[in-house]
Design a protein around this ligand. Structure first.
Ligand code: UN1
Length: 484
């Protein structure tokens, strides 16, 4: 195995307020794959830091709003080009702070640049309506207006793609932003912000505040001048944000957990189905809210599929994401690793059989685990793990499988492997999920396609991504333009 970089010195992380990087780095972030390597030293923001950031955003927003769409778009497009040029550097920092493989990180940085490019183009293309007027010589039309200052709170698992797909549409619509990255992963968002600054984003239009959710996050979401908050993360934190933001009648968008099912019907090829399941379950070390966490198989394929899954799981060699032989990166933290292990232990205690990944572990490298004999009421079939652990359940037929798929409190993504189009259409119609994938892994989203879930996965109001992302970050003004 080859290491692609030498150990780099820690990067001082900083807040970004009114165009200046400020704050003294005190909190260490270590590389999850190399515990001796300090990757970043981040400052701890306070309520006062958030107040400064919101004030800077409030000052900067009117001038940004008054730029033309193409002017705003040019900044986003230039930032995309800069990020593309910096892909290697940014992807390495992303691996060092998050743990995923370099291939995954490179894909994520590319995706973030594409998101900026997409919204750069949307700035020329933001839509409105013209409507028939009931009175003569009157033009009726709608225009999008920005909300003002918006708050963005993002998780560690996609530390640059998620910030990009929240920040880019917010800026495209003419808002100023105060963003708070997850404490474990601050460098990736800094790179994104630096690209935007270097592309000519005026000072104060984007501000970052680093620190604890309980201090920085709480101050941000309860600040009276923050008109909307977009959050991706855990259900518990999301529920608190919903309460705080709704109480002051501001706008809120939440993307939370999933317990995403992949139904495999008898007609599927077990080798292909196992590859789809494993990619969804073990890609990104299972640390995606869109990860496949339940395979639900009908009787004619169950045993062949389990055999194939157990085999494929072994090929997901866990290791340092910067080493070329690694197929699955490190778990992000000790706390997450311990949680993953507890889920596996509980699955075993409740009657599941571990058919892959029961071996010893080393550092934060978790094996790809397959648990069979799982019943719908087992903990492993109900709770989100956020790690490389796949539960396999049996179902009698399609309708039984769909009932099991729907029998959880989440509804983010769902998949089916089959070429029986009657069954596929029935599943698409019946399954409770915001995204349905047919013969494709449950994870992996296209950036121009609306994304969001139902039930406890999402606020299920405004979708993220694609042109529909603008709906959250803008409101509609209706204009009656009469000519006398
Ligand atoms: C993907 O599957 O491509 O946090 C992205 C998450 C989701 C994004 C998934 N919000 O995992």
């Amino acid at each position: 195995m080859t290491r692609t970089t030498a150990v780099a010195p820690p990067t001082p992380a900083a807040h970004l307020i009114a165009g200046e990087w400020v704050g003294e780095g005190t909190v260490e972030r270590r590389n999850p794959a190399r515990p001796d390597e300090v990757v970043a030293l981040a400052p701890l923001g306070t309520a006062a830091t958030v107040r400064d950031a919101v004030a800077a955003a409030t000052d900067a927003q009117p001038a940004w709003r008054s730029k033309t769409g193409p002017e705003r778009g040019a900044v986003l497009t230039r930032a995309a080009e800069l990020l593309t040029a910096r892909t290697v550097l940014v992807a390495h920092d992303l691996v060092r702070e998050e743990g995923k493989t370099l291939t995954e990180a490179t894909g994520e940085v590319t995706r973030a640049a594409d998101v900026l490019r997409f919204f750069g183009a949307v700035c020329r293309n933001a839509d409105g309506l013209t409507l028939p007027a009931g009175t003569p010589d009157t033009l009726v039309y709608t225009r999008r207006e920005p909300l003002g200052v918006v708050g963005v709170v993002t998780p560690w698992n996609f530390p640059i793609a998620i910030p990009a797909w929240k920040i880019a549409p917010a800026l495209a619509a003419g808002n100023a932003v105060v963003a708070k990255p997850a404490q474990l992963t601050t460098l990736s968002m800094q790179h994104l912000a630096q690209c935007l600054l270097d592309a000519g984003l005026p000072a104060g239009v984007l501000n970052l505040v680093l620190g604890a959710g309980s201090v920085v996050g709480d101050s941000l979401v309860s600040h009276p001048d923050v008109a909307a908050v977009s959050f991706t993360g855990s259900g518990t934190v999301g529920a608190g944000i919903h309460t705080a933001v709704s109480a002051r009648m501001a706008r809120v968008q939440l993307e939370m957990g999933g317990k995403n099912p992949l139904v495999v019907l008898d007609d599927a090829d077990p080798v292909r189905a196992a590859a789809i399941a494993a990619s969804g379950a073990f890609g990104l070390t299972g640390q995606a809210c869109t990860a496949t966490s339940r395979v639900i198989a009908t009787p004619g394929i169950h045993d062949a599929l389990v055999e194939e899954l157990a085999r494929v799981a072994q090929s997901y060699t866990p290791g340092d994401g910067l080493e070329s032989g690694t197929r699955m990166g490190a778990v992000v933290s000790e706390a997450q690793f311990a949680a993953d292990q507890r889920f596996v232990e509980t699955a075993r205690r409740e009657g599941g059989e571990i058919v892959a990944g029961s071996g010893a572990t080393d550092g934060l490298f978790h094996p790809a685990v397959v648990v069979t004999g799982v019943e719908p009421d087992h903990t492993i079939a109900q709770e989100e793990v956020f790690g490389p652990v796949l539960a396999v359940l049996r179902a009698d037929d399609l309708d039984h499988a769909t009932a099991i798929a729907n029998g959880v409190r989440y509804g983010l993504t769902a998949g089916i492997v089959s070429n029986d189009m009657r069954a596929v259409h029935r599943f698409v119609d019946q399954v409770e999920a915001g995204v349905v994938k047919v013969n494709r892994p449950t994870s992996g989203l296209e950036l121009n396609v609306p994304f969001g879930g139902t039930k406890e996965s999402s606020t299920n109001t405004y979708r993220e991504q694609g042109q529909s992302a603008l709906d959250f970050y803008s409101w509609t003004k209706s204009v009656y333009l009469g000519v006398d």
